[in-house]
Write a protein that binds this ligand. Structure first.
Ligand SMILES: C[S@@+](CC[C@H](N)C(=O)[O-])C[C@H]1O[C@@H](n2cnc3c(N)ncnc32)[C@H](O)[C@@H]1O
Length: 394
């Protein structure tokens, strides 16, 4: 196992970090909905248009069409899945109603899309750390708790020959996606009997699923191990919700720190602990993954750092935080602590001030954990070997 803190994205060193960085600009031809194929090499990207801004040419900026009624027209999406619960002005998933505390509405979807951009910034543009490349592409990818599906869609573009499946409790993914990407409503905590033995994955990924699981090992890691083909990779990218500080500038009664401790305690008492980011590595080792590697990034809460790269990241995280603080508060404190909307908004007044207080040098940790399923002849050397239980045909 290797562990490192904030590895420079272009200069990764150590175990598990030797793969070439993905070539985001060389995607070649891709299929687009309707059956046509487009040569992306000659495609006029919007950022190219923006580059013309200084030339005196007029730049047309397209308006966001949200909020839209997303096109949920595939047969499997029934009203039991889309009759979302409304509570305190937010909407929540309907399938397995109540099992996940955080909203799925347009506001939360917008926040997730922005968070994707921030995480890309944090990781130097990388979508993943597993050792795949255009020369060694994955074949079958599963994205667990896919949310808006943005990671799955970008992987679909990155690897047009791969099949990408994204699963979630909520059917909030767009239908206008690459032909090699599909989404399904599914509770990952259920047995995975619908995956067939011959449909094993060579890459299983999950990101920002803190608060989704009772136990990352039994709910996700063991099942992923079983459903990966030998040599396949598992990767978890997850935030540790705890608010941390290294230089004593955060008081013990800091409102943001106390707020997250309260939410973490409340959600743990209901079997959906928010603190899971630091559990993935051990879970991977225990179920029998090999080459287990952990990277730990620090994300500043706001623009307090001096160095521009971290200041910029902190400002983005502050925006993400301010956008999402209501979403992360209402479910746990409303349902578990029985606080009213007014009481929660009163609490949030001080919490929001803390988020933007640059005199406090607070940060959170973001974990990336990778593990490879060993080949059969490797398994006897693995001290944490668990039986590879083949899934029954469905
Ligand atoms: C914070 S979002 C992260 C979305 C996405 N992975 C990303 O990084 O943009 C967590 C997602 O996990 C989904 N989720 C929660 N519990 C789940 C479960 N038991 N099975 C499948 N998905 C679940 C939620 O519906 C939500 O969309």
């Amino acid at each position: 196992m290797a562990s490192s803190s904030n590895p420079p994205p272009d200069d990764l060193s150590g175990e598990g970090a030797s793969q070439p960085a993905p070539h985001f600009g060389e995607r070649g031809r891709v299929q687009v909905p309707g059956g046509d194929s487009v040569d992306l090499m000659g495609y006029q990207f919007s950022f190219q248009q923006n580059l013309e801004a200084g030339t005196g040419k007029s730049v047309f900026i397209e308006a966001d069409s949200l909020p839209v009624q997303r096109d949920l027209d595939w047969e499997s999406v029934t009203s039991s899945v889309t009759n979302y619960r409304t509570e305190n002005g937010r909407t929540y998933h309907a399938y397995k109603d109540g099992s996940y505390f955080y909203p799925n509405d347009i506001d939360e979807q917008d926040r997730q899309q922005f968070e994707h951009v921030v995480l890309q910034h944090l990781m130097g543009g990388r979508l993943y750390f597993a050792p795949f490349s255009q020369e060694r592409p994955p074949k079958r990818i599963l994205d667990i708790g896919t949310g808006t599906g943005i990671w799955a869609v970008e992987m679909g573009f990155e690897y047009p020959t791969a099949k990408v499946l994204g699963t979630d409790l909520s059917a909030i993914q767009p239908t206008d996606v690459p032909l090699n990407v599909e989404f399904y409503v599914e509770d990952t905590r259920d047995p995975w009997h619908w995956y067939r033995q011959e449909d094993r994955f060579d890459y299983i990924h999950t990101r920002m699923t803190l608060g989704c699981w009772e136990d990352v090992k039994t709910d996700v890691v063991q099942k992923s191990f079983d459903q990966l083909e030998p040599g396949g990779w598992f990767e978890a990218q997850d935030l540790l919700s705890t608010i941390l500080c290294d230089d004593g500038t955060m008081a013990d009664d800091n409102p943001l720190k106390l707020h997250f401790e309260d939410i973490a305690d409340a959600t743990a008492s209901e079997g959906r602990p928010l603190r899971s980011g630091d559990r993935w590595r051990r879970a991977c080792e225990e179920v029998g993954f090999v080459d287990v590697t952990e990277y730990v990034f620090k994300i500043p809460i706001n623009g307090w750092p001096r160095e521009l790269r971290w200041k910029e990241l902190g400002k983005m995280w502050e925006a993400n935080f301010l956008h999402g603080i209501q979403a992360v508060t209402y479910g746990p404190l409303g349902r578990i602590r029985n606080l009213s909307r007014n009481q929660m908004e009163m609490l949030l007044l001080d919490v929001r001030k803390s988020i933007s207080d640059t005199s406090v040098h607070a940060y959170q940790k973001f974990f990336i954990v990778l593990g490879r399923k060993p080949f059969p002849d490797e398994e006897r050397h693995n001290p944490h070997h668990t039986e590879d239980t083949p899934m029954a045909d469905s």
